[in-house]
Design a protein around this ligand. Structure first.
Ligand code: BGC
Length: 591
């Protein structure tokens, strides 16, 4: 029943908390130590340098150990003739060896225990400064209230034993390890009713709280008449003995939801942030904090498809939409996500995973780092801190292949690089696993805890069946090579609606790869992504032509055919033909 077997290949993760990150891949690193100046304030600076002799790039993470601050200045003296040439996520002045960096307004606030990061390029050697001051206080890793202890080197955390329940009420590093995962009976019944569906009907899938009404149960196709409490009660029923039970919830009801598409437009208007907080997040939090559920490990995946839209579909980009520009301008995606993280993150047995798009969305150099920045901004908005974030989820409800075995980003054919191919189109990643692992590193260097883990939604990225390539494409030119070898057989990487040819992907698995907490089926396979034509409905859902098989595309899929299956119902509703296709094309195949 939904047991996710732990894998031998489990990563060990360093302890959460304020212990400083040690210098590793980046090159020289140091922790500034000096005596504290005041009891009310304290800070710690981690200075990581990547040096090439005549110059270097520095990444600076400042952790506030004192009272919350709003507005900061970090000062240091270089040990030699180093000269800053550019700085990001902060502004600077330099006079002789003395540098003053000031916050970029969006990262001005640092809560107690919170961190911000900024970076700069400089000329000269990468030798680190001896000390830093934050708003005039020396950063020595102490608050001044306790005698200084020598820094203990960090020890890797003991790997958890499979079946180790951890202490109830205390978050574990990877909630999936040694745990069972809740099987949504509403989905399970539909899957089991399809021919051959029995084989996967006991897999765990996400429970989508896609409307205020879903909290109490509203006869929606996704959750039937089961409200959130009913699911949690049922999860307790499914729990056997001491084995912990994970429940996977999708928090999905932002104001102005799905600003670059129409198929999953939501019930709340762009400005209805107060309703989001009071009528959606608060009631969910109230239920989740019921002591009856304190032993469940509640995984919340927070707001699918929202924040990346604020990077890729705004401004003067050809992909921009007025709705995404509005959500960027009014701040309600960032503030809504921040509020959800802060409120749900206060509940000790909730594990927040923020949605992080997928490689075919934010895998390009101009949106990868920018997305990490906006996730960090949201994790510091509306009372949230990065500690409210347990990890991130990639590929939710998308179709990007997990691992492309027949080519890599560094391949070339006749002097043409893989990145030049039509399919890859200058992306830096070719699949979700490499993307998720790289994004995790990027998020950590942006300021998230080194303990964060990634989830990958593998519900529909299997791409098996008779058309699955068994080897690389011909080395005649780069396009033939990539197109002949790729598992992902979409017409274009930007296609997302009910994709023809897709199959179920890896079955849900705990800790399958380093940095990955689990492969999950967050999107319940068989539930539509959107209707192929306009169908009136009371759910606020529009008609997006990306779900119409006759559509020839838009800027977001570079004007390619949609690749969608015909005759689809509105998003979230059961789509039998799609389920049967997913089963037939499953990879690994369904036995
Ligand atoms: C829909 C939701 C649905 C979810 C899971 C989304 O595309 O908008 O209403 O619950 O898919 O199927």
């Amino acid at each position: 029943m939904g047991n996710i077997p732990p894998s031998a290949n489990r990563r060990s993760r360093t302890r959460r908390g304020l212990a400083a990150v040690s210098a590793t891949a980046m090159g020289a690193g140091m922790i500034a130590l000096a005596s504290p100046a005041s009891a009310a304030a304290g800070c710690e600076v981690d200075y990581q340098v990547n040096s090439w002799g005549s110059g270097f790039t520095a990444n600076v993470t400042v952790t506030n150990l004192g009272d919350p601050i709003n507005g900061w200045t970090l000062e240091w003296d270089f040990p030699g003739n180093q000269q800053v040439t550019s700085m990001w996520s902060a502004s600077y002045t330099q006079s002789g060896a003395s540098v003053t960096a000031e916050d970029a307004s969006y990262n001005a606030a640092i809560n107690t225990g919170g961190s911000i990061s900024f970076g700069f390029n400089a000329n000269g050697s990468g030798d680190a400064p001896d000390s830093f001051t934050l708003n005039g206080v020396v950063c020595d890793g102490e608050t001044g209230e306790e005698p200084e202890e020598p820094e203990e080197p960090e020890e890797p955390e003991e790997p958890e034993e499979p079946g180790n329940p951890g202490n109830p009420g205390e978050r574990v590093d990877n909630p999936y390890v040694g745990a069972d995962v809740y099987v949504n009976p509403v989905w399970s019944e539909k899957a089991a009713a399809e021919p051959g569906g029995d084989a996967v009907a006991d897999q765990p899938t996400g429970v989508w709280l896609d409307r205020i009404g879903a909290i109490e149960g509203n006869d929606s196709p996704t959750t039937g008449n089961m409200g959130l409490r009913d699911h949690l009660d049922e999860a307790l029923e499914q729990q056997s003995g001491d084995t912990p039970m994970v429940v996977q919830l999708v928090i999905y009801n932002l104001p102005g939801r799905d600003c670059a598409a129409l198929a999953s437009n939501g019930e709340l208007g762009p400005d209805e942030i107060d309703r989001y907080k009071n009528e959606y997040i608060d009631p969910i939090a109230e239920i989740l904090s019921d002591p009856a559920y304190a032993d469940l490990r509640i995984v919340t995946t927070v707001e699918i498809d929202s924040l990346p839209n604020l990077v890729t579909n705004v401004g003067n980009r050809p992909t921009a939409t007025p709705q995404c520009n509005e959500m960027l301008a009014n701040g309600n995606y960032v503030n809504g996500v921040g509020y959800a993280l802060a409120t749900l993150g206060d509940i000790p047995n909730v594990y927040n995973y923020v949605d992080a798009g997928h490689h075919g969305w934010i895998g390009w150099p101009d949106n990868f780092g920018a997305s990490a920045d906006i996730f960090y901004q949201a994790a510091n908005a509306s009372g949230a801190t990065p500690d409210d974030v347990h990890g991130f989820i990639a590929n939710t409800a998308n179709y990007s292949a997990l691992k492309e075995d027949h080519f890599s980003i560094s391949d070339s054919v006749n002097g043409q690089m893989a990145r030049q191919s039509r399919w890859i189109d200058w992306n830096n990643y070719v699949d979700e696993l490499s993307f998720a692992q790289a994004l995790r590193q990027e998020l950590i260097s942006t300021g998230f805890d080194p303990g964060i883990g990634m989830l990958i939604d593998t519900s529909r990225n299997g791409w098996g069946g008779p058309d699955r390539p068994t080897g690389p494409g011909p080395r005649t030119d780069i396009n033939a090579f990539i197109d002949g070898g790729r598992y992902d057989r979409r017409i274009h990487l930007g296609n997302w609606c009910n994709q023809a040819g897709a199959g179920l992907g890896e079955r849900p698995t705990a800790a399958p790869e380093p940095g990955i907490d689990a492969y999950v089926w967050m999107k319940p396979p068989g539930e539509s992504d959107g209707a192929s034509e306009y169908i009136p409905n009371p759910e606020g859902k529009g008609f997006d032509r990306m779900c119409d098989p006759t559509y020839q595309g838009n800027a977001r899929n570079n004007y390619n055919p949609s690749g969608a299956l015909p005759d689809a119902p509105i998003s979230g509703h059961w789509f039998s033909a799609q389920f049967q296709q997913l089963l037939a094309n499953a990879y690994p195949p369904v036995e």
